[in-house]
Design a binder for this molecule. Sequence first.
Ligand code: GDP
Length: 457
Amino acid sequence: MIIDSQDTIVAIATAPGEGGIGIVRLSGADAEKLLNHHFVAVGSDSPLTSHRLYYGHFRHADGELIDEVMAVVMRAPRSYTKEEVVEVHCHGGSVVLRRVVDLFVDDGARMARPGEFTLRAFLNGRIDLARAEAVIDVIRSRSEAACRVALGQMEGRLSRQIFYFRDQISDLLAEVEAGIDFPEEELPLADRKRLIITSNTVEQKMEVLLHSFESGRLLREGLSILIFGKPNVGKSSLMNTLLGEARTIVSDIPGTTRDTVEESFILKGMPLRLIDTAGVRQTLDPIEVQGVQRAQAKVAGVDLVLLVIDGSQPLDDEDRKAMQVCDPERTLLVVNKQDLGSCVLPVEFTAIPSVSISAQSIEGIQNLLDRIVSFFSQNSGSEGRETTLLSDRRHREALLLARNALERFRSTVTDEQPPEFGALELREALQALGEITGETAPEDILEKIFTRFCIGK
Ligand code: GDP
């Protein structure tokens, strides 16, 4: 894909469809030249001043008016890509925007690939990889909480920590390599102690960051909530009530909803993903071992289980089976159909926190929502605003590799192994950290990351 960064690239930067304005963006050495082929500012002489918005006419080479526009040139290196960047703000409609883009392409610009503007910002050293990745997270974030995490990463919070680790480890490596150059001299005890203390400190800080992953992940991906229970207890009704609109089919025949239905929604700025298990009768069939395993796998894959029972009926074996696969730490018992009366719960059901509701009359639903929010807050921590959070699985994996390599380095020092062995581990740690910031990220990783982007970003 990747590194043919000589061309001048062009794309529509605004979302497709009709809008008040639509923006065409160019980046590359010829951007301003291409603009000047078509744009004449009204009441102003060229050359245009950088970073200033001009009103004028955008014309075909034969003089035909394409649109009245506003245009801005942002000269290198003070631009998004560090290259010359031009934006043409047109009337938002697909015909005008397409024509403007086509004229630039006819003049020699190339259509930009998804994420190519941000890729250039990265390749030209304006932002590191972790910051570039956060750009798409900011665009895609569906809740304030997720957006806050992404913005923090975009402005370099995570990168600063990673660079700190890198600098500390580079210093360690320099010291260890000096030992390799003078093999006849044993490393004095005091020096060994210092190496151990430094690597310990860095490791502990890495550990803190690794611990933040759960919170970061919850804020970024949302809390996944499984609505679980035997057929006909009111799972689909609860899902509909929670979502406030009928999106799944409610039926009177047990076990007719066959597929898992998933819906996302935002509650008090927190992203939640609601999953309705369908066909639980089938999956919980006691004779069918595979079915139980499937149910267990579903329950294990989510953050919170809402175990729904019909509180107006005595509980049976199917309810018990459903409860047995749940982890009490992550389960909320939802006692439904309160409007039809309530039975006394068997003792094993009183061990998990419960909420009584009626999915039909929506009694108790607010209480249930409050409990979900407080579960989310407990698990995502209150640190979202100030602390650096690790929210990306790729980053977590790389940081784990670095932490483990550093741990092994420490053992080489304690065991008084030859410094070459220690140096090897430190280099591995640096390599892993470099994959987060992009210093050592191989091209296929870059490709994977930037193809997630939209065109024009
Ligand atoms: P599922 O199989 O667990 O998804 O259950 P459904 O949501 O399809 O509900 C089964 C039946 O119970 C339907 O006829 C619902 O109308 C009814 N139902 C669900 N919740 C309540 C409730 O709170 N009160 C009453 N009276 N009926 C309910």
